[in-house]
Design a protein around this ligand. Sequence first.
Ligand SMILES: Cc1cc2nc3c(=O)[nH]c(=O)nc-3n(C[C@H](O)[C@H](O)[C@H](O)COP(=O)(O)OP(=O)(O)OC[C@H]3O[C@@H](n4cnc5c(N)ncnc54)[C@H](O)[C@@H]3O)c2cc1C
Length: 287
Amino acid sequence: MYDCIIIGKGPAGISTSIYISRSNLKCLVIGKDETALRKAKSIENYYGFEEPISGEELFRRGINQAKKQNIEVKNDEVLDIEYKNDSYIVKTVNNEYETKTVVLATGKSRKTSNILGEDKFVGKGISYCAICDGYFFKNKNIAVIGSGEYALHEAEVLENVSDKVTIFTNGGKLPENRSIEVTNVIEGKIDAIRGDKRVENILLENKRSIPVDGIFIAQGIASSIDFAKKLGIIVQNNNIIVNDKMETNVPGIYAAGDCTGGLLQISKAIYEGAKCGLSIAKNLKNI
Ligand SMILES: Cc1cc2nc3c(=O)[nH]c(=O)nc-3n(C[C@H](O)[C@H](O)[C@H](O)COP(=O)(O)OP(=O)(O)OC[C@H]3O[C@@H](n4cnc5c(N)ncnc54)[C@H](O)[C@@H]3O)c2cc1C
């Protein structure tokens, strides 16, 4: 059992881990290499660098710094977080881990498909959370739009409520060595989501129209907002709401960095990581 699992190995996640591990607590950082930081070509406003540094290099150095301090950092994708018997189970593509606390440090989420019709039908047949809304589509025709492990995971959840679940990859390819198998897959590109008052069908580029009752958007990897919706964490304007100890409204779940909104800068992510790590140490050690 870990004291803390941090999701995200960007500035917020790594900073949190450094403060937690210095308090002699057992923590694990799980993250992927896709991060806002690696998109920054040249950083000139961060303290301590006379010459500009690339986001790629800063990202690499942050992870190495944590590893040098014997912090466990794994390259993996988190698919789900569940509350069970007074602890949390963090499910990844490769494993499951048990922990007392979780930190969401997954950066800013951009969770739209840009498919024509998506905006019109949000809440009218379009959802972003299988575990929250799947039940509304019991025994109905359900589409999952996405082509990664997260889409497979959402389809697996929905297969508990209907045996008519189809993954639409929208031109993408499902992972070759996938952890979850699904039966119905349509790989064609999507032209539009259509309907009158509610979603009625998906129109493919080849002009084939497929009737659907519900659509779950699960593009890319699960974001902090996806996890928040499943766990009942308060979200406002796509930002996780935290108090001054970086606690969310759900006991044991914290958040730091871009996913809490405000200034989207490295310095703020590092600051929130430090606050978060110290506050977890304080809470777990009752000091
Ligand atoms: C083009 C660009 C230029 C920028 N320039 C600057 C600049 O000059 N100065 C500055 O201060 N800031 C700059 N920024 C902003 C800065 O990069 C961010 O504020 C900072 O990276 C936020 O850190 P973070 O740890 O919150 O999130 P991120 O750095 O985005 O890290 C998020 C982490 O979470 C992981 N993750 C997400 N979902 C999952 C999942 N389901 N499972 C596992 N891991 C997951 C990601 O893979 C990643 O490791 C720039 C951003 C961009 C896009």
